[in-house]
Design a protein. Structure first.
Length: 134
C-alpha cells in the first residue's frame, strides 16, 4: 500500500479516536447530549472514511459514505449488520440534534450509542490492521 494511502487511513483513524475522546470530555463536563452524539457519529464516520480510503473509494456526502459502507462491508459480510444499525442510528440522532428545532437528545440516546461507537471504531481499526498485514 502506498505511503500516502496509509497516512490518510491513519489520519482518519486519529480523527475517529479524537472524536471519541471529545465525546468523553463533553459528557464528563455535562455538555449537551446533542454535542456528544455529534462527536460519536463523527467518530464512526471518520472510521468509515478510513475503510473507504483503504479501498480507494470516497464520497463527499455522509449518506454516500454510509451507503458505500453498507454495500462494501455489510452486504459482503465483512462486518455484522449491527454495525450498520449503529451507524444509521447515530446518523439519525445527529441529524435530529443538529437540524431539527426543539429536538432533544436524551441521556438514553447517549447511553445507547456511546459504547456501540467505541466498538464500531475498534472493529474498523482491527479490520484495517488485518488488511495491512494480509
Amino acid at each position: 500500500m502506498k505511503k500516502e494511502l496509509v497516512d490518510l487511513i491513519q489520519y482518519r483513524l486519529k480523527q475517529a479516536h479524537d472524536s471519541l475522546e471529545e465525546a468523553r470530555i463533553l459528557l464528563k463536563e455535562g455538555m449537551s447530549k446533542r454535542a456528544v452524539i455529534n462527536r460519536l457519529y463523527y467518530a464512526m464516520f471518520y472510521a468509515v472514511l478510513a475503510l473507504l480510503q483503504e479501498k480507494q473509494m470516497g464520497t463527499s456526502k455522509h449518506i454516500g459514505a454510509i451507503s458505500l459502507f453498507d454495500k462494501e462491508f455489510i452486504k459482503t459480510g465483512v462486518f455484522d449488520k449491527d454495525l450498520s444499525k449503529t451507524l444509521h442510528r447515530a446518523f439519525e440522532l445527529r441529524q435530529k440534534g443538529d437540524y431539527m428545532e426543539l429536538m432533544d437528545i436524551g441521556q438514553e440516546d447517549v447511553q445507547e450509542i456511546f459504547p456501540k461507537a467505541v466498538v464500531f471504531v475498534e472493529k474498523v481499526e482491527r479490520c484495517l490492521l488485518v488488511g495491512e498485514q494480509g
